[in-house]
Design a binder for this molecule. Structure first.
Ligand code: MN
Length: 257
């Protein structure tokens, strides 16, 4: 079995090495295609307006001057065309991707891209805040948990159009739980200051407002468990679709006169 390993923290992140080891321990031959620098919070961006450069750095390792999505797309459609991966693993991100983080996350987007390309994909993140910690992140437990989650993924098919978003608490986790996406909002974190030339500038900080509900990824990781949230590529709100169809059937907008 072959695994494509990527991330959004860049090729030099310790988290990508931990994930590569976890995948190897679970029986995979690993191929790394990762950004040449940090690309956190780039979401599902695809570079369309400039050429991308791919540099081979080792036997099965390449760096790309692009986004995590570029890496996964280029890997599957070009670099690894003749050795199509069986899985895509993204991470282990240096920081959590909980609740609404998934829509900003380059880590989750890499798994999203893998799933779009028809390959089962998993995003891994470690609950670590660099601005609050005075020590670098320790991926020891996260690596062991990543291997366990990979083995869980191998036990039966994950299902079409499904990716897993995995968040691992710092320290030794108490176990693994199935969760749903919680609510996290970056609402009041904009810092306004004046630059040395007297002009105002704005910096979006990392402060967030979380809603804690039973069974959510946020609550589960806060409680010391590994959170695995299955996400679906189809973002349609089906109940709202029925409501919208119902509204249209009673209005002139559908062509009725
Ligand atoms: Mn990151």
């Amino acid at each position: 079995m072959r695994a494509l390993v990527s991330n959004d923290d860049g090729i030099h992140s310790p988290g990508i090495e931990a994930l590569e080891r976890a995948a190897k321990a679970a029986g995979f031959e690993t191929y790394v295609v990762a950004p040449d620098r940090e690309q956190s919070a780039t979401s599902h961006a695809l570079t369309l307006h400039r050429p991308l450069r791919v540099v081979k750095t080792a036997e099965r390792s390449w760096v790309v001057d692009g986004t995590p999505t570029d890496c996964v797309n280029l890997a599957i459609c070009s670099v690894l065309r003749d050795v199509r991966p069986d899985f895509v693993f993204s991470g282990i991100n240096q920081g959590p991707n909980l609740g609404d983080d998934v829509t900003y996350s380059g880590t989750v987007a890499a798994a999203f891209e893998g799933t779009l390309q028809g390959i089962p994909s998993i995003a891994f993140s470690l609950d670590y805040r660099r601005d609050q910690a005075d020590t670098p992140p320790d991926f020891t437990h996260a690596e062991a948990m990543a291997e366990e989650v990979i083995r869980l993924a191998l036990s039966r098919p994950m299902g079409a159009d499904i990716l897993w978003n995995v968040n691992i608490p710092a320290g030794r986790p108490a176990g693994i739980r199935a969760t749903r996406m919680g609510r996290r909002r970056y609402g009041e974190s904009v810092v306004e200051k004046i630059d040395p030339r007297g002009r105002p500038y704005y910096w979006i900080g990392g402060a967030h407002i979380d809603t804690h509900e039973d069974g959510s990824d946020l609550t589960t990781v806060a409680g010391g468990h590994v959170s695995v949230t299955p996400l679906h590529l189809d973002l349609t709100a089906y109940r709202a679709l029925e409501d919208l169809a119902d509204r249209l059937s009673g209005s002139h907008a559908n062509g009725a006169s």
